[in-house]
Design a binder for this molecule. Structure first.
Ligand code: ZN
Ligand code: ZN
Length: 148
């Protein structure tokens, strides 16, 4: 009896048409385990798993995996690009203006899906990028306590 098993990370890379390397496997696992990591955090995660890897190699792998749709890149204004393993659901993000922490936000409740633009201008749309900006609870609390 063999239960249906989920593909290994290496098989997913191969399935996406990518060359499989230990560094790429480690990178995909790091991004999936992490929470909207920037390239620097991804690099240290990959180094924890496979030892030394150059920043350049990390950038190349991030680019290849993003292009293959295995990871998603978000780029809030004024902050370094972040990478996440949650792909294909067009979810949005909320970003703290003060500390830059990022959290996932599903599509607006009770609204038509954000991909249904009111005017497509003839485009075939596959992504809607919505970023909510504000202050996270920790930063709000810190500000509140500083107020007169
Ligand atoms: Zn904050
Ligand atoms: Zn996300």
């Amino acid at each position: 009896m063999s239960a249906p098993r989920t593909p290994t990370t290496a098989e997913e890379l191969r399935g996406a048409g990518l060359r499989v390397t230990a560094a790429r496997v480690a990178l995909l696992e790091t991004v999936r385990d992490g929470d909207h990591l920037d390239a620097e955090a991804v690099t240290s995660g990959v180094r924890d798993r496979v030892g030394h890897i150059s920043l350049q190699a990390v950038y190349e792998a991030l680019h290849a995996l993003t292009a293959a749709g295995l990871i998603r890149r978000i780029e809030p204004a004024g902050s370094p690009a972040r990478f996440e393993g949650r792909v294909g659901d067009n979810h949005h993000h909320i970003v703290c203006r003060s500390c830059g922490v990022v959290a996932d936000v599903d599509c607006a409740v009770g609204e038509v899906p954000c991909l249904s633009a009111s005017d497509t201008h003839g485009f075939s749309i596959d992504e809607a990028e919505v970023i909510y900006w504000g202050l996270c609870p920790a930063c709000s609390a810190a500000r509140g306590s500083r107020a007169p």
